[in-house]
Design a protein around this ligand. Structure first.
Ligand SMILES: NCCCN[C@H]1CC[C@H](NCCCN)CC1
Length: 284
């Protein structure tokens, strides 16, 4: 009955719309409004505070890229932490690595976990892996409590800076991530759109260059149902064994036939930027 339009002050003057077939869930958690609807052409859709988080049709692009860009850049990931990502899609991708022994996830909103398990079983399947431990709480506090050097990789699968994820875009958070990573450990964060948020990206790159003394790179990919049709990622490593994000040392795509989006060529291509973005990001 009608259309859902994603109107937000974060992308003024534009709105992507999806045709609604049926609204399946509407609720309000302690943190945000949660909605699920069946769309006409993108499968089921998860919306938080009016912002599209994922659709069944294109979630593979985001979940696979945010996971395999960092994890294919280090030889043998063993301990991985996911901040956010309550829908479970990143967990599904992390679970593909046999070398991994422990997967921690810290999601602030339990309703996101429960709603994903109920309406997006192919995404929430990530929770079924025995290596996964779910912590419901604030990611900043969780990281502060983690012993220094605990993780090989941290993946920050956050929503946008307006709402519960606001502090996941600020400098103190990046410092806590760096402390929780081993030398040569890697972090990958959701880093907005080069078409919409060059100012936010500029600040994030500047903060990351000051905190992460290994390599700092920006990658991007296409997700049709995110505003401007693209989403980016910050890939950073701490001082220690060198990490070359642009040339994967892991070829997960060779063994994983069920990958719908990620492959080692698109891994390398993801770091190629248009000139207007290169000028800002490489200059930092
Ligand atoms: N596991 C999927 C979580 C989705 N993360 C975010 C959801 C909001 C989305 N807004 C994009 C705003 C324009 N850059 C970014 C990804």
């Amino acid at each position: 009955p009608g259309w859902f339009s994603e109107i937000s002050p974060m992308w003024p003057g534009e709105a992507h719309s999806l045709k609604i077939e049926k609204i399946l869930f509407q609720g309000k958690s302690d943190y945000q409004n949660v909605m699920v609807f069946q769309s006409a052409t993108y499968g089921k859709v998860l919306v938080l505070d009016g912002v599209i988080q994922l659709t069944e049709r294109d979630e593979c692009a985001y979940q696979e890229m945010i996971t395999h860009l960092p994890l294919c850049s280090i030889p043998n990931p063993k301990k991985v932490l996911v901040i956010g990502g309550g829908d479970g899609g990143v967990l599904r991708e992390v679970a593909r690595y046999a070398s991994i022994e422990k997967i921690d996830i810290c999601e602030i909103d339990k309703m996101v976990v429960d709603v994903s398990k109920q309406f997006f079983p192919d995404v929430a399947i990530g929770y079924e892996d025995p290596r996964v431990t779910l912590h419901v709480g604030d990611g900043v506090a969780f990281l502060k409590a983690a012993p220094a050097g605990t993780y090989d990789a941290v993946i920050v699968d956050s929503s946008d800076p307006i709402g519960p994820a606001k502090e996941l875009f600020e400098k103190p958070f990046f410092q806590t991530v760096a402390n929780a990573l081993r030398p040569g450990g890697v972090v990958c964060t959701q880093a907005e759109s080069i078409w919409l948020h060059m100012d936010i990206i500029e600040d994030i790159v500047e903060n990351c260059r000051e905190i992460f003394k290994g390599s700092v790179n920006y990658a991007w990919t296409t997700v049709p149902t995110y505003p401007s049709g693209v989403i980016g990622f910050m890939l950073c490593s701490t001082e220690g064994p060198a990490v070359d994000f642009k040339h994967p040392v892991n070829s997960i795509d060779a063994s994983e036939r069920s990958l719908r989006f990620y492959n080692s060529e698109i891994h390398t291509a993801a770091f190629c930027l248009p000139s207007f973005a290169k000028k800002v990001i490489d200059a930092k």
